[in-house]
Write a protein that binds this ligand. Structure first.
Ligand SMILES: Cc1cc2nc3c(=O)[nH]c(=O)nc-3n(C[C@H](O)[C@H](O)[C@H](O)COP(=O)(O)O)c2cc1C
Ligand code: SF4
Length: 465
């Protein structure tokens, strides 16, 4: 199949090679021949859905931007790429940066945007430097700047490095970070199209999403809509890692069977082993069992049928022999560490899940811990400002449900139940510290004492009467 983004052309990162292969002709075409609304319609027709995880229709998102020019408008290109298992956007920065830049400029034209920011993951120095050079080269050739191709359309483009926080990939947190503030997600509504960067209309798109746009303009929305699964057409950049013989980034049509991806493209599972578990779309997606892998197809709607989602298409393959409980504990540790702490369910719940998983790993877990984990996860899910809470809850909840036997195997029935006075600490190395907590009886006695004390307090008496 012909690739759309990771095209087999040597040195495509070089602007001259890119131009010689039709590069920037789609930008020229939209400016010379199409109105902004026609561009949005073409993207709608293509069926392109966002590649940043939520799979939202790109054309629809662009149409939410207000039409007038009363306020400045912004485009933020999301290259934060911090989800464990995701490493496909850096491949675009490295192999075909100008196709992404061209896509972003077309998006800016379609929405009447005057400034484009590319937010790049804090650890991606190499790719940041590539982007700095690529943007400078595009300015020199006259593809970015004032009055492009003699039109009245002008646009500026800037690269911005994050400081290495996963939460800054969340779109509203990203905008706060770009504005120089702490990377706290904002409450929605208002949505970014109404009030985004500095209170102005803003669209946020993933790098891969935008890199598809020049081909859609060049070959037409209808052509794109016929590639792969019609419910999420196009190709995906599958970043495959873990126990496969040939890990890497593979551009393939959506809807490809998971086993075809693993066996035909990634050289099969290491040492000829069976699959134990696969996380199909970055670590926040519900994991798949071996049986589910056999029937799973790699697009969002098909994956929903087996209880997962495509996310960022970061596929983590784990062979038999993998300690599922330890994997989920490690994943939970990541989300606990990255929680920004604004909402109680996420801030506390991630820590609680980690404590429970730590004690199960240590052999001091108890049978009721499994239902406790599901209960904590379900109380995080849907109750937070941003989706990091869901991202932390889903792997735990679904792994306990699907791999319950693996969890139970670590729980000794003779574990003393009521008193748990040692809980493992939560931070940094795997050699975590030990923190001593009160016994449950002491906690209950303490609480009763506090309530009794409070009931005697004069202010409390006055307030409650
Ligand atoms: C915690 C969290 C982290 C995220 N990280 C990224 C990221 O690194 N890159 C990305 O494109 N989207 C990320 N997203 C999704 C963005 O909020 C947003 O939906 C996306 O950038 C929109 O682009 P798209 O419509 O082109 O997919 C993240 C979401 C959450 C909740
Ligand atoms: S869900 Fe977590 S990361 Fe998101 S705003 Fe709330 S505390 Fe912060």
């Amino acid at each position: 199949m012909e690739k759309i983004i990771l095209r087999d052309i040597p040195d495509l990162d070089n602007i001259d090679v890119y131009v010689a292969n039709g590069g920037y002709s789609s930008l020229k075409k939209v400016i010379a021949e199409m109105t902004p609304d026609q561009v949005i319609d073409e993207v709608k027709k293509s069926g392109l859905r966002g590649r940043g995880g939520a799979c939202f229709s790109t054309g629809m998102k662009w149409s939410f931007m207000p039409k007038g020019n009363e306020k400045p408008k912004f485009l933020c290109c999301n290259g934060d790429e911090s989800e464990p298992g995701s490493f496909k956007d850096r491949e675009i920065f490295e192999k075909n940066p100008h196709q992404f830049i061209e896509g972003a400029l077309i998006a800016a034209y379609a929405m009447g945007i005057g400034a484009v920011y590319t937010y790049i993951r804090g650890e991606y120095w190499k790719w940041f430097n590539i982007m700095e050079k690529s943007v400078a080269d595009a300015y020199k050739k006259g593809f970015i700047g004032k009055n492009l191709f003699g039109s009245n359309f002008s646009v500026e483009m800037y690269n911005h490095m994050g400081a290495g926080a996963y939460i800054c990939g969340e779109e509203t947190s990203l905008m706060n970070s770009l504005e120089g503030k702490r990377g706290y997600p904002r409450v929605k509504p208002p949505f970014p199209a109404v009030s985004g960067m500095w209170g102005n209309p803003t669209t946020i798109n993933n790098i891969e999403t935008l890199a598809n746009v020049p081909a859609i303009i060049n070959k037409g929305g209808e052509w794109f809509s016929k590639i792969g699964d019609p419910r999420q057409p196009g190709t995906l950049l599958f970043g495959v890692s873990g126990d496969v013989n040939k890990p890497g980034v593979y551009e393939l049509p959506t809807g490809i069977p998971l086993m075809e991806l693993i066996n035909d493209h990634c050289g099969g599972v290491k040492d000829g082993k069976e699959i134990k578990m696969v996380i199909p779309g970055g670590s926040s997606m519900p994991p798949l069992t071996r049986e589910e892998c056999l029937i799973a197809k790699m697009d969002n709607e098909s994956l929903k049928e087996v209880g997962s989602m495509i996310g960022t298409a970061g596929v983590i393959v784990m062979a038999e022999g993998t300690d599922v409980v330890d994997v989920i504990r490690r994943v939970t540790k990541f989300y606990y560490h990255e929680s920004c702490g604004q909402c109680t369910p996420c801030r506390e719940g991630c820590g609680w899940m980690l404590k429970v998983l730590n004690r199960i790993m240590d052999g001091s877990g108890r049978k009721s811990d499994l239902d406790l984990l599901i209960s904590v996860a379900e109380n995080i899910e849907g109750n937070t400002i941003c989706a990091l809470g869901d991202a932390a809850a889903w792997p735990v909840k679904h792994a306990v449900r699907k791999f319950r036997k693996d969890f139970e195997a670590k729980i000794k029935d003779d574990t003393p139940l009521p008193v748990l006075n040692k809980v493992h600490g939560l931070r940094e190395s795997d050699e975590y510290d030990t923190i001593t907590f009160q016994s449950e009886q002491e906690v209950v006695e303490g609480l009763i004492g506090t309530v009794q004390e409070l009931s005697q307090n004069e202010d409390v008496k006055r307030f409650s009467s």
